[in-house]
Ligand binder design. Structure first.
Ligand code: ZN
Length: 63
């Protein structure tokens, strides 16, 4: 049984909940992205291997 999940959103990329929950990330629609992953994504270049990984996870939500 789980309860209180709405207060502790899971990041769509790393699938973790930051220690301070929704205060440490942004909501995209009803999905949650933690600041850690947001930073990584912003810093990625399209030529990076990681870019595909993050992009594929996020495009399901954004597009
Ligand atoms: Zn994350």
């Amino acid at each position: 049984m789980e309860s209180g999940d709405n207060l502790l959103p899971k990041c769509i990329v790393c699938e973790r909940t930051p220690p301070k929950g929704f205060k440490e990330g942004i909501f995209i629609g009803r999905k949650f992205l933690c600041f850690g992953c947001e930073k990584v994504i912003i810093g990625l270049k399209t030529s990076d291997e990681d870019y595909c990984y993050y992009y594929n996870r996020i495009k399901r939500v954004w597009f």
